[in-house]
Design a protein around this ligand. Structure first.
Ligand SMILES: C[S@@+](CC[C@H](N)C(=O)[O-])C[C@H]1O[C@@H](n2cnc3c(N)ncnc32)[C@H](O)[C@@H]1O
Length: 285
């Protein structure tokens, strides 16, 4: 390889894409090897990467059960349910729960737990952007761990409108997002390492480059990963839209939703403008 070839390859690593130019969510979550790594992370109660820690999830479930008076009659749809850490726990209250996720590994794990415990949960392996929800059927929709943030503006609008249509008359939506405070604290950076993230990206040897970008105008963050295996090179893009209260209020309003309550997380802690995440409870406007 000439110096020119190497330079060009590194320029590609360093290249800033346009906002939301590439979408690689299914490569991130559904590739069989990575889905296995994700599952290990979800199931490790001390690892807050794929799901929040076990202690937080328990606190969150306790708060949700009280706040939404969850019980036998509650129809819940959990979007991006992963391996069912929330979904199965909510089903243990007797609620009628549906979990939607496009990762077959996560869904098969969630189903196996439900079967072992004899829980009545419906698991749908589906892209929630294409998932059809019965109109007016859902008392509580959840989108937990900032799952709105990697979606493009049109994907967000489509998902929120679908959720709004799916809510029953008194139905509520609980979701959390990254905040403007998180955007302010983020820096552009780059790093690379051999078997980056301890072998998270691929089974064999590889080099992983991580390039973090900030898009000031859009309040958007991107972690772009370039993975160089001996026989192939590919990129994974992890977008994170950060929200001010006004922006979140406007986006939800454009999809027919009205925010009723603000929190700093899905465990019901008081809203904190300095927090890097915030959670809201919304209803049909
Ligand atoms: C950050 S994890 C959160 C999992 C779960 N909500 C929790 O807090 O434990 C995001 C989940 O959303 C799923 N996901 C991401 N995009 C999706 C899509 N378009 N359709 C369905 N599932 C999706 C991923 O497979 C993953 O399980």
């Amino acid at each position: 390889m000439t110096a020119q070839d190497l330079y060009k390859a590194l320029e590609r690593v360093n290249e800033r894409p346009k906002p939301y130019e590439f979408s690689t969510a299914s490569e991130l979550w559904c590739d069989p090897y990575r889905a296995e790594q994700m599952l290990k992370a979800h199931l490790d109660p001390d690892n807050g990467m794929a799901s929040r820690t076990g202690a937080f999830i328990q606190r969150s479930l306790d708060w949700m059960t009280r706040r939404f008076d969850i019980g036998r009659e509650t129809a819940i749809t959990d979007f991006g349910c992963g391996p069912g850490l929330y979904t199965n726990a909510l089903a243990r209250t007797g609620a009628r729960v549906t979990g939607v996720d496009f990762s077959s590994r996560s869904i098969s794990y969630a189903r196996s737990v439900a079967e072992q415990e004899g829980l009545d949960v419906r698991y749908e392996q589906a892209d929630y952007l294409a998932y059809r929800m019965e109109a007016g059927s859902c008392d509580l929709a959840t989108l937990i761990f900032c799952d709105l943030c990697p979606l493009s503006p049109s994907q967000r609008a489509g998902l929120l409108t679908k959720i709004c249509d799916g809510l029953s008359e008194k139905g509520l939506l609980l979701l959390d997002v990254c905040t403007s405070a998180m955007f302010e604290a983020a820096n552009e950076a780059s790093n690379f390492s051999f078997r980056h993230l301890n072998g998270f990206w691929a089974e064999g040897d590889y080099y992983g480059f991580q390039r973090s970008f900030k898009y000031e105008e859009e309040s958007l963050l991107l972690d772009k990963y370039t993975i160089v295996e001996p026989e192939r090179v590919y990129e994974i893009y992890n977008w994170l839209q950060c929200f001010s209260q006004m922006r979140l209020r406007e986006e939800l309003a454009a999809s027919g939703l009205k925010i009723l309550e603000w929190y700093s997380n899905v465990a019901g802690d008081s809203y904190d403008p300095q927090a890097h995440q915030m959670a809201v409870v919304a209803a049909r406007a």
